[in-house]
Design a binder for this molecule. Structure first.
Ligand code: FAD
Length: 318
């Protein structure tokens, strides 16, 4: 089997899990695409996962209520061993990249980190990934009975539901007592949709002019239409916005249904993070800006004049 460890939060399956299902199907590796759901109170997550996978394994236990690298690694390795997994696919989130190497060590398996493409080359698994600050895309191969992979979020299109729902099975686990405990959590309160989950993203570039304009126009438009907020590296480097919002080779890779680029030039490093968006809408005062080469809809003009009108129009249509 190809074992995918589900990512989920707040009782909902994360989009990254559907991206991992696509990665698994594209990998050409042997066995049914199997999603492992670790957590507590995960019935909805498991039911949702079953729409996309060939089968779903559920470990719904109090010890799995909170993520812990040692516990997640032990659980994943046990299931991979028992099910003779050919491949273990883990999300390229911070936690995924924390426990995936532990799984690889436990299984004595090669580990391919942060892959953006997967394919079969004979019996080997071939992967592409960025290296040298994303200046280079390298192709790597591994051949082994089991291979552990983490998938860069946003690099694969989310899987569509399968024709028939996968079967669900409860699994038993022998879990270690964690040696690291989470003793506190402070959750940033944001009503805004996360960048990697958003169907619509509004991104601001240097052309927006200032951090204040970014708040008024980029965040203003995003909040009016219920979109996520993205930023170019120029804006992040200038300290206008946090790195978490950066889209591009050295930031997040996203594939929303609509990507609205405001004052973004469309440098190749930015395009590689959002070029697979379904519809790209750009506003830029330079008609020759490279963003217009990939845009489905473009407006040549000043964001500071056009965006207030868009915000007003979006308000009227609600
Ligand atoms: P600019 O290139 O300065 O473009 C601003 C645009 O705004 C221009 O097209 C201009 O015509 C337009 N404009 C100006 N005023 C207005 C106005 N009033 N109304 C409308 N339009 C206006 N970049 C990323 O974004 N993400 C990455 O992950 C990333 N990784 C990188 C990795 C490496 C190794 C390197 C070398 C570079 C990377 N970059 C990345 C940087 C990238 O090359 C560009 O420098 C950056 O994307 C430019 O950001 P920008 O479009 O905001 O700014």
């Amino acid at each position: 089997m190809i074992l995918i460890v589900a990512e989920h939060a707040g009782g909902k399956l994360a989009k990254s899990t559907l991206e991992m299902v696509s990665a698994a199907r594209e990998s050409g590796r042997e066995g049914p695409v199997t999603v492992l759901v670790l957590g507590q109170g995960t019935a909805d997550v498991a039911n949702d996962a079953a729409k996309y996978a060939d089968q779903v394994l559920v470990a719904d236990l109090p010890q799995l209520a909170t993520y812990n690298a040692e516990v997640w690694a032990a659980a994943t390795a046990q299931i991979a061993q028992e099910g003779e997994a050919s491949t273990v696919v883990i999300g390229g989130s911070r936690s995924g990249r924390e426990y995936a190497p532990r799984v690889a060590v436990k299984l004595d398996a090669p580990y391919l980190e942060d892959v953006i493409r997967l394919s079969a080359n004979g019996n080997a698994l071939q992967a592409q990934r960025y290296t040298y600050l994303a200046r280079v895309t390298e192709t790597v191969e591994a051949e082994a009975p089991v291979i552990v992979v983490t998938v860069k979020p946003g690099s694969f299109a989310p899987a569509a539901p399968a024709a028939a729902a996968g079967e669900q099975y409860d699994v038993e686990l022998d879990l270690p007592a964690p040696r690291v405990e989470v003793t506190g959590k402070s959750v940033e309160k944001s009503s805004r949709v996360a960048l990697t989950e958003a169907d619509v993203i509004v991104t601001g570039g240097r052309g927006v002019g200032s951090p204040e304009n970014f708040a008024t126009y980029v965040e203003g438009l995003a909040d009016r239409i219920g979109a996520g907020v993205g930023a170019t590296r120029a804006v992040v480097d200038a300290g206008w916005r946090p790195y978490a919002e950066q889209v591009g080779q050295t930031g997040k890779t996203v594939q929303p249904k609509a990507y609205v680029a405001l004052g973004v030039s469309g440098a190749v490093q930015h395009l590689s993070g959002m070029g697979k968006s379904k519809y790209i809408i750009a506003i830029n005062k330079d008609a020759e800006a490279p963003i217009f080469k990939v845009a489905d809809y473009g407006i040549v003009g000043d964001v500071n004049q056009i965006v207030p009108a868009l915000i007003e129009a979006a308000g009227k249509s609600q």
